[in-house]
Design a binder for this molecule. Structure first.
Ligand code: PMP
Ligand code: GLN
Length: 407
């Protein structure tokens, strides 16, 4: 990076290009079905798009108030008050951001001083580490472990988390439901994390962008609802996943003013405000979703998509962990003759015409080994797209294709 781009600031050294951009470009080049980057290939609900169109036609097109258009803050306060079990104040407890990515970046930048430690679970969403680095913070990694004979689900070692926390910890970053493992943190785990936050007087940033994507009996719990945690938690979410509108980039932070002052303070100088007519659209989405029976239908459709993908992977000899939440599944590729996940994902794009994400991008240097035998497949796609992917994977996995030297 330094030789190629001598003018770049040191903070960009080693950041490279996001794995999502890289794999989407590769998918486009090879006309592959892109099960890599997590964006739906179906449209968002027409009644939400109509609300944004009306806002544009009605000239709601100038800057919004920096911390959010009142109509959206009111809708968010009404929506999250029952979910978080408290009477939220739209003026004090809500900040609208440009997606969850900016919510996390702005919050970390507003809270973390150089040298402060931030505990994150691995694998992690790829923007977490640059956000911490740019603030001068120090990430402390706690790996999630695969299901095994003693653990039916992805799990973490309590002692490892306890060892990562200490007097220098400023923030514990939690993501539930978790990308890319599909883990939904249990109440007992969240209580353990909450206990550590209280013991070390640290804050929690809880990334809950997949809050509506839980399957079977998995229950999404916001850590902010646990006793004593409202005062120390910033709850982050966004409209992208829940309303299948990832390009709108409307996100938010729900937190008491003492914490969200950090988000507001940086957000006003990063973007000042997020797109005004799209805020109006998401306000309508939140207000009308229940009337449309939206959330139940959303979950039902995603359960079907998940089943189609899991069956396709199993059929192609790529056994996957059934996710409890999110729209991702991790397949185990250790039995295949590729040197690592990157080689596999590149080869699969070229040979099968299906793209996945290599999860080592979501691990720190020291723990890359934990992701080398995995590949992440997204199922936020039309059933027909997933069926076409199933067909391609089946063909790729067939003995004839193997004999043709696909590996
Ligand atoms: N957090 C997680 C765990 C994600 O998977 C994503 C990606 N979609 C984001 C945050 C970013 O969300 P947004 O697109 O709203 O910025
Ligand atoms: N969150 C999406 C994923 O994990 C992608 C977000 C992005 O492209 N930055 O696939």
């Amino acid at each position: 990076m330094t030789t190629l781009h001598p003018f770049l600031a040191h903070r960009l050294i080693g950041t490279g290009t996001s794995v999502f951009s890289e794999m989407s470009a590769l998918a486009a080049k090879h006309h592959a079905i892109n099960l890599g980057q997590g964006f739906p290939d179906f449209p968002g609900p027409p009644w939400i798009k109509a609300a944004a169109e009306e806002a544009i036609a009605g000239d709601i097109n100038q800057y919004a108030i920096a911390h959010g258009a009142p109509v959206l803050r009111q809708a968010l306060a009404a929506h999250y008050s029952p979910r978080l079990g408290r009477d939220l104040d739209p003026n004090r407890d809500v900040v609208v951001t440009s997606g969850a990515t900016e919510a996390i970046f702005a919050s970390v930048l507003g809270l973390v001083n150089p040298g402060d430690e931030v505990v994150i679970f691995e694998p992690f969403y790829d923007s977490y580490v640059p956000s911490i680095d740019f603030a001068g913070g120090v990430p402390r990694y706690v790996p999630l472990r695969q299901p095994d004979a003693d653990h039916a689900e992805w799990w973490y070692d309590a002692a490892e988390l306890e060892a990562a926390c200490g007097p220098r910890t400023k923030l514990i970053l939690v993501n539930t439901p978790h990308n890319p493992t599909g883990k939904v943190f249990t109440r007992a785990e969240l209580q353990h994390i909450a206990g550590l936050a209280q013991r070390w007087n640290t804050l929690v940033l809880s990334d809950e962008v997949y809050e509506y994507l839980t399957f079977d009996d998995a229950e999404h719990i916001s850590i902010a609802t646990l006793p004593g945690m409202w005062e120390r938690t910033l709850t982050v979410s966004s409209a992208g996943k829940t309303f299948s509108l990832t390009g709108w980039k409307i996100g938010w932070v729900i937190a008491p003013p003492s914490l969200n002052a950090a988000t507001r303070g940086t957000h006003q100088f990063i973007v000042f405000c997020s797109a005004t007519p799209l805020q109006a659209g998401i306000a309508a989405a939140l207000s009308l979703a229940d009337d449309h029976g939206y959330y139940d239908q959303f979950r039902t459709e995603y359960s079907q998509r998940r089943d189609v993908l899991l069956a396709a992977l199993a059929d192609a000899g790529l056994p996957a962990f059934a996710p409890r939440g999110t729209y991702f599944a991790l397949a185990d590729i250790r039995h295949l003759p590729y040197i690592d996940d990157v080689a596999f994902c590149r080869a699969l794009t070229v040979e099968a015409g299906v793209t996945a994400i290599p999860p080592t991008a979501f691990y720190s240097e020291g723990h890359r080994e934990l992701g080398r035998h995995l590949a992440r497949f997204a199922f936020c796609k039309r059933v027909e797209t997933l069926e076409e992917a199933a067909h391609r994977l089946h063909r790729w996995a067939s003995p004839t294709a193997q004999a043709a030297g696909k590996c």
